[in-house]
Design a protein around this ligand. Structure first.
Ligand code: FE
Length: 213
């Protein structure tokens, strides 16, 4: 079975490997691919592929840019991983200080921040492995951030004695706004899950659908 190469980015379609990203089983010849199939690297149409791999021995400028982008994303993933590990260390230090209300709240705050970082981390990994961005982690990050804010404001209010009226009013306003954001984001998530099936709830897939029209 003959290999085919993308003339835009240099990606080589190997029939023996298939295209795991595009859901093409190993052993599928290029000619048997659906006309809606696109390059998993640059989203080029099937007609941008040519038989053989001799035409572009060196990667094109675009492929080099993709490579540079991958390196940048690996670096970001590494930084995120380090940040999450550091935060877990800080949370443990807070716990070691004793189980006071403020310490427990600090730990909850740190753990929620770790969850946010892990969500971004998984988004980066999804982009590196499947070249698509999912919308759902961003909604989740918004929900967690708002919940962190609610926890912090509530903690400040409970600690503060003889609270000034102005501070009280501002805190209540912040609590109402944060709660509103949480409800709005959960509603957005619900609507999104109604409109798009799980596998297609991503920016890259939406682009692909538009291109096929
Ligand atoms: Fe390509």
């Amino acid at each position: 079975m003959e290999k085919y190469q993308c003339s835009v980015c240099g990606y080589i379609y190997d029939p023996e490997k298939g295209d795991p990203i595009g859901g093409v089983a190993p052993g599928t010849p290029f000619t048997a691919l659906s006309h809606t199939w696109a390059c998993p690297r640059c989203n080029a149409r099937k007609d941008k592929f040519y038989p053989g791999v001799m035409m572009r021995e060196k990667p094109s400028v675009l492929a080099r840019l993709y490579f540079a982008e991958d390196i940048a994303y690996y670096f970001i993933a590494f930084i995120l991983f380090l940040s999450a590990a550091t935060l877990i260390g800080i949370a443990l230090m807070h716990l070691a200080k004793g189980l006071t209300t403020i310490n427990i709240l600090n730990v909850v705050n740190d753990v929620l921040l770790v969850v946010i970082i892990l969500e971004i981390f998984s988004t980066v990994l999804l982009y590196l492995t499947e070249r698509r961005i999912s919308l759902t982690p961003f909604i989740l990050i918004g929900v967690i951030s708002s919940i962190r804010r609610i926890l912090m404001v509530s903690a400040m209010m409970s600690v503060q004695e003889n609270m000034a009226a102005e501070f009280f009013a501002r805190s209540i306003k912040e609590l109402v706004v944060s709660t509103g954001i949480v409800i709005a984001l959960i509603a957005a998530y619900y609507l999104l899950s109604k409109v798009l099936p799980t596998a297609e709830r991503c920016v890259g897939c939406l682009g692909k659908e538009r291109r096929e029209e």
